[in-house]
Design a protein around this ligand. Structure first.
Ligand SMILES: *Cc1c(COP(=O)(O)O)cnc(C)c1O
Length: 455
């Protein structure tokens, strides 16, 4: 048996070259397009009808498949990098980062272990080191890029609980303290971990402060294994008073986790940096590069003050992994709830290396300034009410006299007309409209144009 099975899918042949050319050509077109439409979803039945059957025993071929993608599937996916995509938290990958994502895929890189991916892990760690320095974390800090903030929060909280356990604490029920405005992923992590969330009410300004945390710790004692401060809430972009929270967690020796998935990137901006005082005291932090650090989906930077605590909580042991775990090498798999991983920090690394860090600071500053400007404009318009003064890039406002159904109709009409993607949100039971501004290509005129549709 010396003859090799013809490896049509893997050998380099004329067919292979044609497929690669097709894909690169499409990617080049999309990356360099200046008029990508916003697009909108189609119902399942419609997609089934239009796309037809694409998977059968013989294949439909690359040309036909990419045609289905280009003309049917892609137009049914909203372009999250559109400057008038202002819902949820948008995504605006830099061109260098988005392009380099192709390189990561093309290179068959494994980012789980030092043994297999040393070069990639080295570059990812340089990015994590830079972020840790920006956040004021000590020289020993380190971590890993995981899939998203949800997994980052879960991994940090698991490490926090393991650390409390290792100190001999054995409560009947473990608890995590956070603000009532914390992200839903904290509750999700708590469900997975089977622990209780103590959601502390916040003042009118939406900020969690040390006093409230102090009261929660007094009530629940040692059963609290972690306190979560939010550095930029998703709904409002509000940053908790991390300095006063961290004074309390230090006094009680409780783990402080800072969820900065959306907002911590703003610490790079000189006009917002002061809001994050106290982050330097965190035991763990997360920030999502796929949000305000202009990297493609999906990447969350998880950084531990003492990575050894993350490693103890997460390293998987098995006979077939002994080669990896019986060394002191830095293996990213050991620092979160995962094993196999792509080195998803590399697109950010390449982009930072390409452009330098100053343009990041400028781009973030610009969005914060734009949010302030449009908030002032909203206050000038009699039919609109600003719900809260923005701290970062999220602007929340109401249209006087509108009910939930009015917002819903307005929002779907905007998308139907391909004008913008702005979904309604709500606060204390009242529906509102919300701009999440982070795309450097979003202009003041884009925003006033949308406000005009509410007049
Ligand atoms: C987006 C977000 C998360 C969740 O991150 P994913 O990457 O979507 O999993 C967690 N916390 C905050 C504050 C967020 O804004």
């Amino acid at each position: 048996m010396t003859e090799r099975f013809p490896a049509r899918m893997h050998d380099v042949t004329d067919e292979t070259r044609a497929i690669v050319d097709l894909v690169l050509e499409y990617s080049r077109g999309r990356l360099l397009a200046e008029d990508t439409p916003l697009d909108k979803p189609l119902p399942p039945s419609e997609l089934r009808r239009l796309a037809g059957r694409t998977i059968d025993a013989d294949g439909i071929g690359a040309r036909k498949a990419i045609g289905v993608f280009e003309h049917i599937l892609a137009p049914s996916c909203i372009s999250t990098d559109d400057p008038r995509y202002l819902s949820f938290i948008p995504s605006a990958p830099s061109k260098a980062a988005a392009a380099f994502d192709l390189v990561v895929s093309a290179s068959a890189l494994y980012g789980g272990s030092w043994l297999e991916g040393a070069g990639a892990v080295h570059a990812e760690n340089e990015v994590l080191r830079w972020l840790a320095d920006e956040f004021g974390l000590p020289a020993g800090a380190g971590g890993v890029f995981v899939q998203g903030g949800t997994l980052g929060n879960l991994s940090a909280l698991v490490a926090a609980r393991e650390t409390a356990r290792a100190r001999g604490i054995r409560p009947d029920r473990w608890r995590v303290v956070c603000s009532a405005e914390a992200h839903s992923s904290i509750a999700s992590a708590a469900r997975v971990m089977d622990v209780e969330v103590v959601a502390v009410p916040v003042a009118d300004d939406g900020m969690l402060r040390g006093e409230a945390v102090s009261a929660a710790l007094a009530e629940h004692g040692e059963s609290v294994f972690a306190v979560v401060a939010t550095a930029g809430s998703t709904n409002f972009g509000i940053v908790d008073d991390i300095a006063s929270v961290s004074a309390v967690t230090r006094e009680h020796s409780v783990w402080l986790h800072v969820d900065g998935a959306y907002g911590l990137a703003a610490m790079l901006s000189p006009i917002a940096r002061h809001r994050f005082a106290g982050v330097e005291n965190a035991d763990s932090v997360i920030v999502d590069p796929h949000k305000w650090l202009f990297a493609p989906f999906d990447a969350c930077a998880l950084i531990y003050r003492d990575p050894e605590l993350g490693r103890r909580a997460h390293t998987q042991h098995a006979e077939y992994l002994d080669t990896l775990t019986e060394t002191s090498d830095w293996s990213p798999s050991d620092y979160a709830v995962h094993l196999t991983r792509r080195p998803r920090g590399l697109p950010l690394w390449f982009s930072l290396a390409t452009y330098g860090t100053d343009v990041y600071r400028d781009a973030i500053t610009r969005s914060i300034e734009l949010a302030e400007r449009i908030a002032a404009e909203i206050e000038r318009r009699p039919e609109l009410t600003l719900v809260r003064r923005p701290q970062l890039g999220v602007v929340v406002f109401e249209r006087v006299g509108w009910e939930r159904s009015d917002y819903a109709r307005w929002s779907s009409d905007l998308l139907e007309r391909q004008h913008a993607f702005v979904t309604p949100s709500s606060h204390t039971g009242r529906t509102n409209a919300r701009f999440a501004i982070l795309n450097p290509r979003t202009t003041y005129d884009d925003l006033t144009g949308i406000l005009d549709t509410m007049a």
